[in-house]
Design a protein around this ligand. Structure first.
Ligand code: ACO
Length: 373
């Protein structure tokens, strides 16, 4: 049963982010490495996307393993125990299984027995949709301590023969903790939306009930992501701009007051188009796409982690988080950063250490499925 307050005690209160954690698999796949896999070039990828390298999980490593490491770090930095959690929400398009949810698996691995746990599926907007759910639970008094995770093994649903998509994605996980915080800190406004008419521009056809996995779906490559890149690009700029402007205008916040803008890391050119039109300075924008590529639901929490670690977000700063994704879905959250500098875990005490492996997992074998779609 979900922990929390009784209905009588509930009232609207502020929810804020009180800790962040991140885990990136140590194995790096550079653009030069990709030149060995598909007909592409470092120059093309950097110029068209801003990506230089991405991370790849090793064979046998699961999405819940990445989520676990990011979550443990967030918990350790806040000094919370997993048993204290009321609710765990995992945003992912690459769950370990369809049944049970990744959040269930994560709860078990963490030892968060009794916490409510479920997944949120909204593609690249998944993390902000999940955060919306967690914030609403804290604001209403239904939960006091919520873990929200964005975690992906995108390299498992990437067609390593399709140069138009395989250069974009990477693996990784980010986690945040939500709790009540005093006003004026915490989440000030949230906006979610979708337009389901665009499902064909970005999708993975097989594996659900419409096309259960079969020899035929595998032969057709329907277990990989398919995307009409240029169409998605236009829709992404339009929706991210709209969400950002609406949130800023209705809260009477001038763009110049933003301490940090974090947009979904799908393409540096998309982020630059949006932030330029908003009139933001580069110093107000935090990106990690250059190092990690598009990690889908992990982009926003891992950027928050980087910005916090590098001292680019300080207590009281206005922060705008904006995303878009398949569906089409979009989301934005405007908040005031609620905590001062969080402890750095020098040795990541209690967390398993990692060493990079210099061979890539089988799924990336050069030439596999080359240009087969
Ligand atoms: N290397 C070299 N050439 C390439 C590559 C590559 N990796 N990929 C495509 N090309 C070629 C194309 O074949 C095409 O060649 P042609 O002119 O001879 O036909 C040319 O480059 C231009 O292709 P476009 O698709 O028009 O290139 P564009 O500038 O649009 O960039 C990209 C493609 C990077 C995919 C871009 O459209 C994009 O970023 N789109 C949005 C992606 C996105 O936001 N996805 C959503 C998030 S994912 C989620 O929600 C799960």
């Amino acid at each position: 049963m979900m922990k929390g307050r009784s209905r009588r005690d509930r009232r609207i209160r502020r929810a804020g982010i009180v800790s962040v954690g991140k885990y990136m698999p140590p194995t790096v796949l550079t653009n030069r490495d990709l030149e060995e896999i598909v007909d592409t070039s470092d120059d093309w990828i950097v110029e068209r996307t801003g990506i230089r390298e991405r991370r790849v999980a090793r064979s046998g490593e699961r999405q819940s393993d990445l989520a676990l490491k990011a979550s443990r770090e967030a918990l350790a930095r806040a000094g919370w125990d997993a048993e204290d959690l009321d609710m765990i929400i995992v945003a992912t398009v690459t769950p370990d299984y369809i049944v049970p949810s990744s959040a269930n698996t994560l709860a078990g691995k963490l030892g968060a027995i009794g916490a409510a746990s479920s997944d949120t599926l909204a593609a690249c907007s998944g993390f902000l949709y999940a955060m919306h759910q967690g914030v609403t639970a804290v604001e209403s008094g239904r939960a006091d301590r919520v873990l929200v995770v964005g975690s992906e093994l995108m390299t498992t649903i990437t067609n390593w023969g399709d140069r138009s998509t395989c250069v974009l994605f990477g693996d990784g996980a980010g986690a945040i903790l939500l709790a009540p915080v005093p006003e004026p800190l915490g989440v000030v406004d949230m906006l979610l939306g979708s337009d389901g008419r665009y499902e064909e521009v970005l999708r993975m056809r097989a594996g659900g009930s419409a096309f259960p996995a079969s020899h035929e779906t595998v032969d057709k490559g329907w277990h990989y992501l398919e995307m009409e890149g240029p169409e998605v690009f236009k829709l992404a700029v339009r929706s991210m701009l709209q969400v950002s402007s609406t949130l800023l205008e209705r809260n009477r916040i001038k763009p110049s007051r933003l301490g940090c803008f974090i947009g979904h890391q799908a393409n540096l050119r998309i982020i630059e188009a949006v932030t330029k039109r908003l009139g933001l300075k580069p110093t107000q924008v935090y990106n990690n796409i250059e190092r990690y590529g598009n990690t889908t639901s992990a982009t926003i929490p891992t950027c928050m982690y980087g910005a916090e670690m590098e001292g680019k977000i300080k207590k009281g700063d206005w922060v705008l988080l904006v995303s878009f994704g398949a569906g089409l879905t979009w989301a934005g959250i405007l908040l005031r950063w609620a905590v001062g500098r969080l402890p750095r875990l020098e040795e990541k005490a209690g967390l398993p250490s990692d060493t990079a492996v210099d061979t890539y997992p089988d799924r990336l074998k050069p030439g596999r499925d080359r240009q087969e779609r």
